[in-house]
Design a protein around this ligand. Structure first.
Ligand SMILES: Nc1ncnc2c1ncn2[C@@H]1O[C@H](COP(=O)(O)OP(=O)(O)OP(=O)(O)O)[C@@H](O)[C@H]1O
Ligand SMILES: [Mg+2]
Length: 223
């Protein structure tokens, strides 16, 4: 279970997050929506431990972020909004490079299985020659190397064709339902959000999102 309580974040005097609280239970796929600049990526970075909040508490599976950062980082897979890959290396080389840096030291076979499971079959292709959607899939595959319990994905399906988008969404749902993972992801594709998320949090005061989600019968979390 992820529990976030009263997080606040300022960039200089610019207040981005004000007393934000939320939770994710095991097996849940939770969406995070809101206008551009609402603070979604900032929030994900804080939960991913790559940025710290000015105040508030975070707990993952009963461990506080205050004194268990190392253990918590092992449980988190984070896919940032911008794709971050070694462009001159192949898919295989990227996977093996990150596997080497990881805790679990997966074999080549295990790395390949993650890609295949994501319908990413271009194992020996140089990343610079992959399509945008394939790069996004590889970015997600890299985040799965340590078999994280909490997956944080910032717009994982942006610019991706419908087939790949559906494959990614199915994959994430399968991770949550069959392996009891916790998944939090942002997207501006409201159809996708309403199709695949168990619950949705809206960042910022926004009646447009609220009315839309309510009409679709989606459980809306207050932040
Ligand atoms: N490093 C930074 N320094 C100063 N301000 C920042 C920084 N990063 C983000 N911001 C500001 O914080 C606010 C929230 O940005 P954030 O990227 O979290 O929004 P977002 O909801 O993810 O938006 P989008 O939907 O466009 O991805 C914006 O006003 C942005 O300009
Ligand atoms: Mg963002």
């Amino acid at each position: 279970m992820l529990e976030v309580k009263n997080i606040s974040k300022k960039y200089r005097s610019h207040e981005i997050l004000q007393n934000v609280s939320m939770h994710i239970a095991r097996g849940e796929v939770v969406g995070l929506v809101g206008q551009n600049g609402a603070g979604k990526s900032t929030f994900l970075q804080i939960v991913a431990t790559v940025m710290s909040a000015n105040s508030g508490d975070l707990m993952l599976d009963g461990l506080s972020y205050n004194c268990n950062l190392k253990a918590i980082r092992r449980q988190i897979g984070y896919v940032p909004q911008e794709v971050a890959l070694w462009e001159q290396l192949t898919v295989r080389e990227n996977m093996l490079f990150f596997a080497k840096l990881s805790w679990t030291k997966l074999s080549e076979e295990q790395c390949r299985a993650i890609c295949v499971n994501m319908q990413l079959h271009e194992w020996d292709k140089q990343v610079s020659k992959l399509s945008g959607g394939m790069k996004r899939k590889l970015n997600i595959a890299l985040s799965l190397i340590d078999d994280p319990q909490l997956l944080l994905l910032d717009e994982p399906t942006v610019g991706i064709d419908l087939k790949s988008k559906t494959e990614i969404a199915h994959f994430l749902t399968q991770q949550a339902k069959e392996h009891q993972k916790m998944i939090l992801y942002t997207s501006h594709d409201m159809k996708e959000i309403t199709t695949y998320c168990d619950r949705v949090y809206i960042m910022g005061e926004d009646s447009f999102y609220y009315d839309y989600l309510q009409e679709k019968g989606i459980t809306i979390g207050k932040m």
